[in-house]
Design a protein around this ligand. Structure first.
Ligand code: UTP
Length: 240
């Protein structure tokens, strides 16, 4: 089973602490040791936000802000790598070919950002498409895909299951609504749609939830299931 996990910066480094990093590293190692091919993408979190905020106050343009953000995501990727054993790539791969080659060797690439004008959500979807991953998991700070920002709207409704096309529509609506935060960005949703990627969006603040979702498809988040896919994937049937 081939899995790409996107660890949002806000769950990986809400504050930079050894505890969060160690707990996430332990889950990645367990899932890889059990025989899965793993690729990891790490977000920028507090570090990215602080640096981008200061540079914005300095009137830096959006390209400069994005390059700072990419640097922060790669810094976080190095932090996760520091907590992993030697199967992790020593530095964050800066393109999909290098990351894909690492996965083919059985190593675990830990990527940050790749190019301006996107986020690591899109990087994770692109890596999953490039490597023909069986499963893409977004570990975010919200518990799935909602029809509104659950931190703002008390009546926000969570979707248990969406098709990739429905995901694109929901995210496009959220991005149109001023201030609404989407757990996965529109570029990522469109890659998920065109590649037909089986995807899970879940609350990853407890990394044990990532493990349950990868091992058994067991989670309280949102399943994105490509059209025509019926029943559970065989890699989960084999585990239960
Ligand atoms: P994140 O992926 O962490 O962005 O990248 P985010 O979604 O805003 O953060 P969370 O998940 O809510 O915490 C941080 C920043 O790095 C730049 C963007 O500016 C992004 O906002 N970035 C990242 C890129 O420009 N390209 C990339 O490929 C990745």
């Amino acid at each position: 089973m081939k899995v790409v996990v996107s660890v949002g910066g806000s769950v990986f480094v809400p504050t930079v602490s050894a505890e969060y990093v160690r707990d996430h590293a332990a889950v990645v190692e367990e899932l890889a040791d059990e025989g899965r091919t793993m690729g990891i993408v790490v977000g920028g979190g507090t570090t990215a936000r602080e640096y981008i905020g200061v540079a914005r106050d300095l009137d830096a343009n959006e390209m400069v802000l994005d390059e700072l953000g990419i640097a922060a995501t790669r810094l976080n990727a190095r932090l996760l790598t520091a907590a992993l054993d030697t199967s992790a790539t020593p530095s964050p791969p800066e393109d999909y070919e290098t990351a894909g080659a690492a996965m083919r060797r059985g190593d675990v690439p830990v990527m940050g950002g790749v190019a301006p004008a996107q986020t690591t959500d899109a990087v994770a979807a692109a890596l999953a498409e490039y490597t023909d991953a069986d499963l893409l998991v977004y570990a975010t700070s919200v518990s799935g895909v909602f029809d509104a920002d659950p931190n703002e709207a008390d009546d926000a409704r969570k979707f248990d299951r969406l098709t990739p096309g429905e995901l694109v529509d929901v995210i496009a609506d959220l991005e149109r609504t001023a201030g609404a935060a989407a757990p996965v960005d529109l570029v990522a949703a469109k890659v998920i749609e065109r590649a037909g990627l089986r995807t899970v969006v879940l609350d990853g603040t407890d990394p044990g939830r990532i493990a349950d979702a990868v091992r058994r498809g067991d989670h309280d988040g949102t399943d994105v299931v490509p059209d025509g896919e019926t029943g559970e994937p065989t890699y989960w049937a084999a585990e239960s």
